[in-house]
Each structure stands twice: as C-alpha cells, then as structure tokens.
Ligand binder design. Structure first.
Ligand code: ZN
Ligand code: MG
Length: 490
C-alpha cells in the first residue's frame, strides 16, 4: 500500500492530538517534582524561526515596537533578559519574557525549553520585520551549497552591503584578530547592527549562547568552531526613533563597555586586534591584580590550561624589564640577562611567550648604587616615582621589582659575587639551570635586543646558556618544568 504525503501528515496530526489529549486527561496530577514528563512536552524542533530579543537597554528602548513588528509576521518572539526590564515594558500579546537569572524561590531556568523551532534569530533592538526575510536567511543556511555555513547574517537599517571582516581567535595567545577578508565572501564577523540566524541546536551547543553583546559573543564562539557565516544581501529596516537622550547614550555606552569586558573575560580574550591595527585590551593593568596566581613548581596555571602568557602580562613584563634595566644602568649597577630571559633574547629577542617573569643577574657589590635597591636591601618595600615596587624577596637573598603594588608581575634581580674567577651567590632555589659560572662571561657584558629595548647580556650567550640549560637549549624550546607539562602536550 502506498501512503501519500497527505495521508502521512493526517496520521501524524492524529497521533499528536491523541498525545495531547492523553496529557490533558492525566492533568496537572502528572506533574511530579521535576515538572511535566518528557512525553507530554510538545515535540522538539518544529520548523520555523523564533525571534529572540536579547541586546537592549532597560531604558529608552524600542522593545515594544520591535517585538510587535516580528510578532505580526507571525513568529514566536521571546524577550530574554537577566530579569524583567525595569521600568516594566508592556509586551504585545503572545510575546513572552524569558528571565535568565535564577531566582531562589522559583524553578530553574532552561532557555532550551522555550526555543522549540529549528532556527532562532537574534534580533537587535530597534529592528523592523520584513515578510519572508527570516525564511530567506534560514534557506541561506540550509540550501544546498551552503557549505560550512552555520550562521546567516542580515544587516539592520542600512542600504549598504555590510562590511565583512575576517576573524581569527587564538586561545593560546588570548587574542582575537579582525582583518580584511582573505578571500571574497570569507567572513567571520560583520560590522554594525545585524540580525543573526542559526540553528537552535547550534546556538544551544555554545557555552555562552545568550551572552552580550550578542554579535561579538556569537562571532567569536563561531570562529572558535570554524563555523562559516553567510551574509544575506537584504537588510531589515530600522525606524527613525526619537534620539536617545545624552544621558541615555552615556549610560548605554558605559553598560556596553562593561558587558564587552565581561564577555571577553568569559571567552578568554584579553586582546582584540582591530582591522586598522588598533587594539582593545581586557587584561591586567597597574591597577588590577596579576592575571595568574602564585606559580607552583615553575608551571603557571595558564600552561596547564593550554595557554601561554596573557598578552597584557607580557606587555607589563616588558615594560617592567625596560624600566628596571634603565634604572640600573643610570645608577651604574652592572646587570645581565639571566636564565629564561637570556634564552628568550637568544631565541627571539623577546620574553619567551610562556614565561611568567624576567630574570636579571647583578653584581652584589653594586646594590648600594641604586637608591631603590638600597631601600629594598634595608628591608623596606619602596614604590618608585613610576609606581614600580622594589622589594627584597622573602624567599632568599634576591630582589624583586613588581609592575605595581597590586599587579605582582615582576623582574627578579639575582645578586652574584665573584670568588676566584667564578660568579656565585648565596641563595639557590634548586632550579637545574641555577649554577655558578665563570666571571669571564661578564668581561665584558654585551648589548642584546630584548623585549623592545637593548639589554646587557653575558658575552657568548650560547655557551652561557648551554652551561646552564644543557646543549641545544636555544634550538629546543621546552616548558620550564617538563615533568609537570611538556611543550606540545596539548
Ligand atoms: Zn595580564
Ligand atoms: Mg624566570
């Protein structure tokens, strides 16, 4: 017997009705502590697009206009917010609020149980619907030849085609890079307001599906997964609304900045490199704490997490190294690049990309020549005129210069003294590379490029490094403590 499409549809509808009838018959008594049983929920993944309004301010918004416009298509419209907007917004009939923040005396929130359609469109505040355009976006994802596209984008409020940018996100260096698209149509992000449409299951598979600002959150997470993006050559209109008040604009900018900062923290991005070469930093500064905690067994936490030194920390370390070298030179203190810092200088003229401090050797007899070192030697931590903090280490006879009082990124200063032609010191922390060496390496010291300035280094850096780290130290990079974690182990 052949079953026609019509018969199959009819059959399906009857089964569905029977199921619903069954649920109604069992009534609310069916609901146990865990809510309604799965068999009585509506089937998942019905064709269609749910419109999700997520990016809006509580004040001076266009929620009502935007929600009404899309609800009239008609498509399901959800307003997702931490809590109900305040002052309250009279949402049009049928438009539901999805409060995201858990409330202790209410059942937990499950956004997935509110998104029943196969596709979802994230729509910015102040957008107007266009009949058929959401379907065109969906088709752009689902039609043959869509390739690896998982995201469809249509601009809002402009007659111009949207500006595409390539987006590369490098978790290891905590960096997101925007650039001109490598090949025509290759697009990882779009500038300006846009409607983003994707499969509901893709959205819900993201670790931060409803993070804000929505475009940055989705573009970065999509880039990390290699999801393609398709731009639909049509725009949603934006109505001419009364201008936002100056105070409202100021408030929105502040809130937007904070949201972006929070988002980047969640996504592990500490630096965005923009198309024009400009940069946005989200990491540590003089006023914040260091990005990572106390280092145990020479293996900082970020290495265990498969990442290298955050770029903000490298930047602060370079700045501290340059400052300290300048202060020592000005005071006539003989110093030289030591340990991992000399290794980095020999390899790349910079700090090793996973290193967490800078090491300099100094002649112990020169300590008194530098007022900051002398003060530290007298047992008093002292902040210099540029906010760097000099102190004697509690772990032994050496000194530390911190980036600031709160940000403990530092340069270690190791005081050596000559004894019978050999440089030795009083504190040994048991690191394999921490050994005595002939003073001839310092007679003379030689200039060497390091971290953006010219530092002083032992002559014959290669021999010095192989004495300390073993043969091939320059050519064969390795993490500081391979017993804990080896390079290339991720
Ligand atoms: Zn940092
Ligand atoms: Mg070091």
């Amino acid at each position: 017997m052949r079953v026609t499409l019509c018969q199959a549809t009819l059959g399906g509808a009857i089964v569905l009705n029977l199921l619903l009838l069954f649920c109604v018959w069992r009534g609310p008594g069916w609901r146990g502590a865990g809510g309604s049983p799965p068999s009585c929920r509506l089937p998942r993944g019905v064709p269609g697009v749910t419109v999700l309004l997520r990016d809006f301010e509580d004040f001076e918004n266009d929620l009502v206009g935007t929600a009404r416009s899309f609800a009239s298509l008609p498509v399901p419209v959800l307003v997702a917010a931490e809590e109900a907007p305040y002052p309250p917004v009279p949402l049009p009939p049928g438009v539901r609020l999805l409060p995201l923040r858990p409330v202790a005396h209410r059942p937990p929130v499950h956004p997935e149980s509110h998104l029943r359609t196969l596709h979802v469109a994230l729509v910015p505040d102040g957008t107007r619907a266009v009949p058929g355009l959401l379907e065109r976006m969906r088709d752009a994802l689902e039609e043959e030849g869509a390739g690896h596209a998982r995201l469809a984008v249509a601009p809002v409020g402009t007659g111009l085609p949207p500006r595409c940018l390539e987006l590369r996100v490098e978790p290891r260096s905590w960096t997101a890079r925007y650039g001109p698209p490598g090949e025509p149509g290759a697009c990882g992000a779009v500038e300006g307001p846009a409607v983003l449409l994707l499969r509901t299951r893709d959205l819900l598979a993201l670790p931060f599906p409803l993070a804000r600002p929505v475009p940055a959150a989705i573009f970065i997470q999509a880039a990390l997964r290699g999801w393609g993006l398709r731009v639909v050559p049509a725009a949603f209109p934006a109505p001419h609304l009364p201008p936002v008040s100056p105070h409202g604009r100021w408030k929105a900018e502040k809130l937007g900045e904070n949201r972006r900062r929070q988002l980047m923290r969640d996504l592990g991005v500490k630096r965005e490199v923009l198309e024009d070469g400009g940069e946005r930093w989200y990491g540590c500064s003089k006023e914040t704490a260091r990005c990572f905690g106390t280092v145990h067994t020479r293996t900082p936490q970020y290495l265990l997490a498969g990442r290298w030194t955050p770029p903000c920390c490298l930047r602060a370390l370079r700045e501290t190294a340059r400052h300290v070298a300048g202060a020592l030179e000005a005071a006539g203190v003989r110093y030289w690049l030591e340990g991992g810092s000399l290794l980095g200088a020999a390899r790349s003229g910079d700090i090793i990309p996973w290193d967490y401090d800078v090491d300099l050797g100094i002649y112990r007899e020169d300590v008194g020549k530098c007022r900051w070192l002398a003060a530290a030697a007298a047992g008093e931590a002292v902040e210099d005129t540029e906010g760097f903090l000099w102190e004697k280490a509690t772990e032994g006879d050496f000194y530390r210069v911190h980036y600031s009082r709160s940000n403990r990124l530092h340069v270690d200063l190791w005081p050596f003294y000559p004894r019978g032609g050999v440089m030795t010191k009083d504190t040994w922390l048991g690191h394999p590379q921490d050994v005595e060496f002939p003073e001839s390496f310092l007679l003379p010291r030689v200039p060497m490029a390091f971290a953006g300035f010219t530092a002083m280094a032992p002559n014959n850096a290669r021999a010095f490094l192989e004495l300390k780290f073993g043969p091939g130290a320059i050519e064969n990079p390795e993490y500081p403590n391979p017993d804990i974690k080896r390079l290339g182990q991720d």
